[in-house]
Design a protein around this ligand. Structure first.
Ligand SMILES: *Cc1c(COP(=O)(O)O)cnc(C)c1O
Length: 359
């Protein structure tokens, strides 16, 4: 069998070492004599895995002690509601940066709870560029500022952190753990697991303690961060299997050398792919160079009618899930932490051959 590399945007590739470890442990987990999927979330075996995964995540991101880490369900999309519910704290407006598809979704949900001020809008350039921060329109009376550091669909990633005197909220679903970040700059960081953390079904929320406990009234109890925080994310049954699997991914990342190490690897991967695109007259990427994503790399073929042949041939070559999002067209290679440099090299070599044959 040819070696297969999976470029899916999410759920996406997991490190092969982690998959093998999970396979080994699947039938009998530790001393439990049962599968990790079959044991109580309140039993000693699962609790140990849960605590260890939180500790490893805290180590990886250097999460300060005054932040809680929650392991929730509902995806990043549930956070689109939980953010206004928990962070409005008596105020009636919030600020959102509109830099892509996921920003648009977060904004639509926030509008159900409050007035939304758009501080910057990349829809004017079809989500291929980001305005300098000094040109943003910041209303000081707003409760918080929400932005999406990496827009997964257009492949648009911030190279700066907005600097505001109010809680900063970030949807890091497709960039968390890809590079070092300073958690203390944020009020809330949240991420669905299925891009860079583990299997789908788990959502991680990192929230500063002083922002917990003042919710909009009449909302579901489960959507109150204090319910989750006071019960160690076990008010009801958590997503035990993805939580355990995420723990294995965190261990893998620590063994690799942590975020400074993976940051170098990710930077090289992205440079390799963008260089191949820029050096060709056949492939193109429309995103402003400064804001090109390290994780999601969309590219167009000079001739659209070759798209289906490209997808067919790339799949035969063991390069999976390269079809671009319908709103952008062309191709998209998602190269999250689990994608090794060899996978990117294999893609580049396939792209060069395809261009020679058909370009
Ligand atoms: C995938 C993604 C989402 C949606 O996540 P769900 O877990 O499906 O709700 C939201 N934001 C970003 C940036 C994403 O990449």
């Amino acid at each position: 069998m040819t070696k297969v590399y999976n470029f899916s945007a999410g759920p996406s590739m997991l490190p092969s070492l982690v998959l093998k470890q999970i396979q080994q442990e699947l039938i009998e987990y530790g001393n439990s004599k049962a599968s990790v999927m079959e044991i109580s979330h309140r039993g000693a075996d699962f609790l140990e895995a849960a605590y260890k995964s939180e500790k490893d995540l805290r180590d990886l991101l250097s999460i300060p002690d005054n932040y809680k880490v929650l392991f929730l369900q509902g995806g990043a999309s549930a956070q689109f509601s939980m953010i206004p519910i928990n962070l409005l704290r008596g105020k009636s407006k919030a600020i959102y940066a509109n830099t892509g598809h996921w920003s648009v979704k977060a904004i639509a949900e926030a509008k159900r709870y409050c007035e939304v001020n758009i501080c910057t809008d990349s829809s004017e350039n079809n989500f291929t560029d980001i305005q300098d921060f000094e040109n943003w329109n910041i209303d000081p009376d707003a409760a918080y500022l929400h932005y999406t550091p990496n827009e997964t669909i257009a492949g648009l990633e911030f190279d700066y952190i907005p600097d505001v005197d109010m809680p900063l909220v970030a949807d890091m679903s497709s960039t968390i753990l890809s590079r070092e970040i300073d958690v203390s700059k944020y009020g809330v960081i949240y991420a669905g697991a299925q891009k860079n953390i583990g299997p789908s079904g788990l959502t991680i929320v990192i929230v500063r303690e002083d922002l917990i406990g003042k919710v909009v009234s009449g909302q579901p109890k489960l959507f109150d961060y204090s319910t989750q925080s006071n019960n160690e994310s076990m008010f009801n049954t958590p997503a035990t299997f993805p939580w355990y699997a995420a723990g294995r991914v965190f261990e893998w990342l620590k063994d690799l050398g942590g975020l400074s190490a993976i940051q170098k690897i990710n930077h090289t991967k992205a440079q390799t792919l963008y260089k191949a695109i820029d050096n060709s007259n056949f492939y193109s990427n429309p995103v402003s160079i400064k804001y090109r994503s390290w994780m999601n790399v969309p590219f167009l073929l000079a001739d659209d009618s070759l798209n289906s042949l490209f997808l067919e041939r790339s799949k035969e070559a063991g390069l999976l899930a390269l079809k671009g999002h319908r709103s952008v067209g062309g191709m998209r290679a998602s190269i999250y932490n689990a994608m090794p440099q060899e996978g990117v090299d294999a893609l580049v070599s396939f792209m060069n051959d395809f261009e020679k044959d058909f370009g």
